[in-house]
Design a protein around this ligand. Structure first.
Ligand SMILES: Cc1ncc(C[n+]2csc(CCOP(=O)(O)OP(=O)(O)O)c2C)c(N)n1
Ligand code: SF4
Ligand SMILES: [Mg+2]
Length: 347
């Protein structure tokens, strides 16, 4: 017997794909973990931007957060590097094939503790990739020790107090020349989605420091990385709108209250100012804002700094249009005669 009920086909994007086709494995993280909320926004952003999933390079290190790359775009290429070593792998992957859209998902431990040495060079080189730090202030995977982003005075469930100052990943990124720096909260889904879409449109490193509570080890009353603390203290600096390059929407806006920034691919990020006179294209203002917010223990979120036309590492190197991975061996390997001549010259 045939059913009379009609089922409508799921919506498709400009690549002809459904949102489901941007999914990945089922998450094995704790129920309620902030990281899974971020996964949903990454998946949605890739769908809405019509990214080709098989062109995505998903990179991570080690940690609960670093498992995230398995949970979206399963037709993409994935690589879990050694703890803290994702930047070197990402740099190599992009040098071999600059046509990939690279996204790194890491943790505060993976990035700011063991991986700090690699992270600073990724920023300094302006490697063209989205870099999301799922920041919970602890090493979730190894049972909740403080990481280098834990706020001074924050307490573990056991009562241990953190006496060390936190590394501010946004301030570090701006200092090292990063051209797209944002802070967000996994509970602020609308803002996070717009920021990830902006990061896809940017060319260069796009750093998103996203507070992502660990419900198992760092979600208690004395934690400054809990859902409650973040919800109670979040102060967005802008309301963020995003107009992708493939949607020609002419919306009137008031330049006095709204700032429009054109990104590398022609998309626009529209920032309705909630903090009077804040200009995220002004580096000095960005530093002042972060310093002030740290002093006042405010949790400011939004696009902290943007410099859309900065040259990325691959453009600086003047890489050939054809990716190295597609070049013939003959074109990249010196002939035996050339090698012999080189050896002769070294004698
Ligand atoms: C070389 C090395 N040192 C230490 C570890 C143990 N270890 C695994 S994950 C991790 C920290 C993960 O913390 P974070 O990056 O913040 O991720 P989270 O689990 O909090 O999402 C540590 C110390 C390891 N796997 N490898
Ligand atoms: S231990 Fe914490 S960070 Fe890890 S999955 Fe559970 S809630 Fe998430
Ligand atoms: Mg962590």
């Amino acid at each position: 017997m045939s059913s009379t009920r009609e089922t409508s086909a799921p919506a498709t994007n400009r690549a002809g794909l459904t949102a489901k086709e941007y999914g990945g494995l089922k998450s094995t993280l704790c129920v309620g973990c902030g990281h899974d909320v971020i996964t949903r926004q990454i998946t949605q952003a890739f769908f809405e931007m019509g990214v080709a999933p098989f062109k995505v390079a998903k990179l991570s290190g080690i940690g609960c957060s670093s498992k995230t790359t398995a949970y979206f775009a399963d037709r993409g290429h994935g690589f879990n590097a050694v703890h803290g070593r994702m930047p070197a792998v990402a740099t190599g992957a992009l040098l071999a094939n600059q046509t990939l859209l690279a996204i790194g998902v890491s943790g505060d431990g993976d990035t700011a503790s063991i991986g700090a040495g690699q992270f600073v060079h990724l920023l300094r080189r302006n490697i063209p990739m989205i870099y999301i730090v799922e920041n919970n202030g602890v090493y979730g995977l190894t049972k909740g020790q403080f990481s280098a982003t834990a706020d001074i005075g924050s307490k573990l469930k056991t009562g241990v107090v953190n006496d060390l100052p936190a590394i501010d990943l946004c301030a570090l990124a701006i200092e090292l020349g990063c051209g797209y720096v944002a802070r967000s909260f996994s509970g602020d889904m609308k803002q996070l989605l717009a920021l990830i879409k902006g990061a896809i449109a940017h060319r260069g490193t796009a750093l998103l420091d996203v507070i992502s509570p660990c419900v198992t080890f760092n979600n208690h009353e004395d934690s400054t990385k809990s859902y409650k603390w973040a919800k109670d203290h979040e102060i967005p600096i802008q309301e963020i709108g995003f107009v992708p390059f493939f949607e020609e929407i002419h919306v009137d806006y008031d330049p006095g209250t709204t700032q429009d920034v054109e990104l590398h691919d022609g998309s626009h990020i529209r920032l309705k100012k909630l903090r009077e006179d804040y200009d995220p294209t002004n580096k000095a203002m960005a530093f002042d804002l972060l310093r002030e917010s740290a002093e006042k223990q405010e949790f400011l979120t939004g696009l902290v700094y943007v410099e859309p036309n900065k040259k990325d590492f691959l453009s600086l190197l003047d890489m050939p249009a054809q990716p190295l991975v597609a070049a013939s061996l003959e074109s990249i390997r010196p002939s035996p005669e050339a090698l012999t001549q080189m050896m002769e010259e070294l004698k």
